[in-house]
Design a protein around this ligand. Structure first.
Ligand SMILES: Nc1ncnc2c1ncn2[C@@H]1O[C@H](COP(=O)(O)OP(=O)(O)OP(=O)(O)O)[C@@H](O)[C@H]1O
Length: 335
């Protein structure tokens, strides 16, 4: 478990302390995939670099599995850093080394593994990231997705318990992004690794994360289960991210809604409710007429969900709303 207790970070610029992370409390559970989303400059990288103490905090305590890592001496810090792997947007591979040698590098640096151990571990990791046939290639001979797979294998070399991902899919096309995210989800499930993933795309959070923190101007402005934050965003920054990921233009949407008659509801179905033929029976029982203004069906990690924006006219609106809520549908009155 990673616990931030009033952790803060300021950078010294021209003799002045500029805050990048205001005092923050946060808990990341062991074995979860935790997303940190925010616009450029929000403080995401700073927050993640505090977890492996690449940046020391200017205040507060960071406890990992009960140990206050901010009090570590140099030797403890070296041992701790082996337990935290990191992957980067631009992969940061060594261009003069082969795929195998890139993966072996952190183990060689650690100086605690035998040659045979390193050789066996590299083979095992090549298989895990499906690059066995590319072992002797150099980074320049690989695609972006393959490079990131090397980055992941290298990060796993010393058997870390935490994997930090800094915009790991931002330089990849959508299809390659999906395959890298699938690999991360697989690693999380099979190795029980805690993954902390920074991104500026809510879609990445939706696909792989269990919980998410939304950052804005050096503060965590919203934090919770992805299904709660994604389906019921509260902070304007979160709403912007969700709308962006759903390609919704909020001004356009407002214009469209103004043209619709009656009461406007936004319904959110989750899990099994997503597939139930509910609207027809509710309309018949309550006598309301409805027209569909927008709708989508998708997944949050493995859970299906659907969202519908409806305008409702006539009939018994109260009855319709309570029937929907009784069927586990979240009902939000838009107008
Ligand atoms: N080494 C540094 N020295 C001074 N200021 C810094 C330093 N690193 C970051 N900052 C500042 O701290 C703030 C947060 O930066 P950070 O890199 O954590 O944001 P971010 O959300 O990761 O942004 P991006 O998505 O662009 O990487 C920014 O205002 C940035 O200019």
């Amino acid at each position: 478990m990673i616990v931030f207790d009033q952790v803060q970070k300021s950078y010294q610029v021209d003799g002045r302390a500029i805050p990048a992370l205001h005092p923050t409390d946060m808990t990341i559970e062991t074995g979860e995939v935790f997303g940190i989303v925010g616009h450029s400059g929000a403080g995401k990288s700073t927050l993640v670099r505090l977890i492996n103490l690449l940046e020391p905090p200017t205040g507060g305590d960071i406890r990992i599995d009960g140990e206050n890592i901010t009090r570590y001496n140099a030797a403890e810090l070296r041992a701790f850093r082996r337990k935290v792997g990191m992957i980067f947007q631009h992969f940061n591979l060594l261009s003069s080394k082969t795929v195998s040698d890139n993966i072996a590098f952190p183990m060689q640096l650690a100086g605690i593994y035998s040659k045979a151990e390193i050789r066996d571990r590299v083979q095992e990791l090549l298989a895990r990231v499906s690059l066995t046939d590319h072992a002797t290639k150099y980074p320049s001979q690989l695609s972006g997705g393959q490079k990131q797979r090397v980055g992941i294998a290298r990060a796993l070399a010393c058997r870390p318990t935490i994997l930090l991902c800094d915009e790991a899919t931002s330089a990849l096309d959508p299809q390659t992004t999906q395959s890298v995210l699938r690999l991360l989800a697989e690693i999380n499930k099979e190795l029980g690794l805690t993954i902390v993933l920074i991104t500026h795309e809510m879609d990445v959070v939706r696909r792989v994360c269990d919980r998410v923190a939304v950052m804005d101007a050096g503060r965590v402005v919203e934090m919770g289960a992805v299904s709660d934050v994604f389906l019921h965003p509260k902070h304007p920054t979160t709403r912007d991210f969700v709308f962006e990921s759903e390609s919704i233009d909020s001004e356009e949407m407002q214009e469209d809604l103004q043209k619709a008659n009656g009461r406007i509801l936004r319904l959110t179905f989750k899990g099994e409710a997503t597939y139930q033929p509910l609207l027809g029976s509710v309309a018949r029982a309550s006598g309301v007429d409805f027209s569909i203004l927008s709708g989508r069906i998708d997944h949050i990690k493995d859970t299906p969900y659907g969202q519908l924006t409806l305008s409702l006219i006539g009939g018994d609106l109260e009855l319709a709303m309570s029937a929907l809520e009784g069927a586990d549908v979240h009902v939000e009155v838009v107008r």
